[in-house]
Write a protein that binds this ligand. Structure first.
Ligand SMILES: [Ca+2]
Length: 181
């Protein structure tokens, strides 16, 4: 089992040269920054529509101490614009130290096409495109279809039920579409 302490800031500096070392004419590759949090280490959560996000350990392969599952397993919130009034939420406070555009990633597991998606928002703006994984019974990272310009400081990542039964293990923001490490 992989264990992570959240929030974790991982900086992978590709092609970074230390002080006093430089190659004339060589462009400096941008560093990849990843802010990662175990899903179970949320800042706040709400119950709504008879559903709640619950800490679960049934599915092997999760990281940290558990994953969060939207229970009970019946029900959908198909309209992104009504995500906040339809289903329960999970909220994370992520601190950005390097201003850039950031993608959202969530590590999820689904068994069918009926428990494989969630809604999300960065700083309250709900994306009309859900986060979704294959319903093959294994953990996968997925990536938002758009990125967000984020200044230094605290930012809110919110998740909501789309399909009841959805499972979320880890959440992350990175300044590239590359999956978190
Ligand atoms: Ca976890």
């Amino acid at each position: 089992m992989v264990r992570r302490v959240a929030p974790v800031v991982f900086v992978a500096a590709c092609g970074f040269h230390g002080p006093g070392v430089s190659d004339a004419g060589e462009a400096t590759a941008a560093a990849t920054v990843a802010i990662i949090s175990e899903a179970e280490l949320f800042a706040s959560t709400t119950e709504l529509g008879g559903h709640r996000w619950t800490s679960i350990t049934n599915e092997p392969g999760f990281s940290g101490t558990s994953y969060m599952q939207c229970l009970p397993t019946n029900g959908t919130c198909n309209d992104a614009s009504q995500a906040q009034s339809c289903g329960p939420s999970l909220v994370y406070q992520l601190t950005i130290t390097q201003p850039d555009t950031y993608f959202v990633h969530t590590r999820m597991l689904a068994h069918t096409g009926f428990d494989d998606s969630i809604w999300y928002a960065v700083d309250g703006a709900i994306d009309s495109k859900e986060l979704k994984v294959n319903g093959d019974g294994t953990w996968h990272w997925n990536t938002s279809s758009r990125d967000y310009p984020l200044a230094s400081g605290g930012h809110t990542l919110s998740l909501w039920q789309r399909e009841a039964g959805a499972r979320v293990d880890v959440v992350a923001e990175t300044n590239s579409a590359q999956l978190p490490p």
